[in-house]
Design a protein around this ligand. Structure first.
Ligand code: SAH
Length: 394
């Protein structure tokens, strides 16, 4: 362990003593010279006691902690952390079966690997770096992913062009670190999904809604379902299997609508209950009739940063108000927010305001969150991002 050193201002070690995995730049008193972005550094208190080792980055989060032990960050370290992540998924019943071949292996801070996302889709792992440190370690991490996967992963696709800090100018390019183009169909609870990690959003699929889709399946029977912001049609496929009378999927992206239609054709060939529309959600809600009795609202993050919070809350209120206005009596509304900057209470207040505007009787049936393969490190509450409410509307 001969990493460069960073020394904190007096008292600034408190959050690290509580295992919070970030060091903010304002907490640093002084540091060794010439620390490169992405380099591994050791962090010391003002009293020169070791407290953490992590990736250095220029910006308000200066260090992302990899370990609170004074250890070398080498292949053995990555293997251990990745194995621990895989073991937790297995312990929770998530692994490859004949019905299932997709889950998130690594969820950043939630798996004690800040800045790293890894999703498994069949024989391909899609890896995303959100920190320069993880970017620099990409080749070593990709090797380790294959090693711990017990022969399941043959390809590792790296997709960090848009997730790395723009100013770091890493020149990162999306592409295969290991293997090459492969079968892009993954199974989720027996349903087939075509996953386009090269051109699709995020790593290609929204794995985080898996458990919430299963819940929706239970309520779909005989209902007329509207899936707004459907992307690849995850909720739509579960609604079809649940016996919905009809399922309408809406997304403003024509590419997403192509994927929904492809997924439907794979799972429910020639089933005329489903129709997809490439349209703006707000326009669709304005123009639609009042015939739906199960509506899903799963919009993209309205607030990517804290300064966008006010507008985001207005956005959630406006969107939900339209659904409350039009949903049939006895209808069920699944409404979500994936904005990290919006907390549970703020989201609930926005939905509450929308309900009040409609004057309808509304009851909360379920309060939803992210699934087990998107764990929240208890010392890093910022990791909680997905919030959902299931509402019964009279
Ligand atoms: N529910 C999806 C994930 C939704 S991601 C799932 O389970 O997989 C958000 C989606 O909203 C994206 O596909 C994006 O194309 C779409 N979108 C963004 N703005 C929109 C708008 N104004 N109207 C309709 N769709 C929109």
């Amino acid at each position: 362990m001969n990493y460069k050193k960073i020394f904190l201002k007096k008292g600034k070690e408190a959050s690290l003593q509580r295992f919070h995995p970030w060091v903010f730049s304002g907490a640093i008193a002084y540091a060794d010279k010439n620390i490169n972005e992405g380099e591994i550094v050791e962090v010391y208190t003002a009293d020169k006691a070791f407290i953490a080792v992590g990736h250095y980055q220029i910006g308000s989060i200066a260090v992302r902690v990899l370990s609170f032990n004074n250890q070398t960050i080498d292949k053995a370290f990555w293997i251990k952390r990745l194995n621990a992540a895989y073991q937790m998924r297995k312990d929770m019943g998530l692994d490859y079966t004949d019905k299932h071949s997709s889950f998130r292996l690594v969820h950043g801070e939630g798996d004690f690997l800040p800045g790293l996302i890894v999703d498994f889709y069949g024989s391909t792992a899609v890896m995303q770096a959100h920190s320069v440190g993880m970017h620099l370690h990409r080749a070593e991490i990709a090797d380790c992913i294959v090693k711990i996967s017990e022969g399941k992963i043959k390809n590792v696709y790296y997709k960090s062009e848009t997730t790395l800090p723009y100013k770091a100018d890493t020149g990162a390019e999306n592409g295969y670190l290991i293997g090459s183009d492969s079968d892009a169909v993954a199974l989720e609870n027996g349903l087939k999904f075509c996953i386009d990690w090269e051109r699709g959003q995020k790593t290609g699929f929204f794995i985080d809604q898996r458990a919430n889709r299963q819940l929706l399946e239970q309520y779909a029977k005989g209902r007329r379902v509207l899936n707004m912001f459907c992307y690849t049609g995850g909720f739509s496929c579960y609604a079809m299997r649940g016996g919905a009378a009809c399922v309408h999927s809406v997304d403003s992206s024509a590419k997403a609508i192509d994927l929904v239609n492809k997924n439907m054709e794979m799972n429910f060939p020639s089933d005329t209950r489903h129709e997809a529309y490439a349209q703006d959600a707000f326009k669709f809600l304005d123009q639609m009739d009042e015939n739906y009795d199960l509506i899903v609202l799963d919009p993209p993050a309205f607030a990517k940063h804290r300064d966008a919070l006010r507008n985001a809350l207005q956005g959630y209120k406006r969107l939900n108000a339209k659904a409350f206005e039009k949903i049939k009596s006895g209808g069920i509304l699944f409404t979500f927010s994936c904005s990290q900057a919006v907390d549970k209470d703020q989201f609930r207040l926005a939905v509450f305001s929308a309900a009040a505007m409609s004057g309808r009787k509304v009851r909360i049936l379920h309060q939803l969150t992210q699934p087990v393969d998107h764990p929240i490190n208890i010392y890093h509450p910022e990791g909680e991002y997905l919030k959902g409410l299931v509402l019964y509307v009279e």
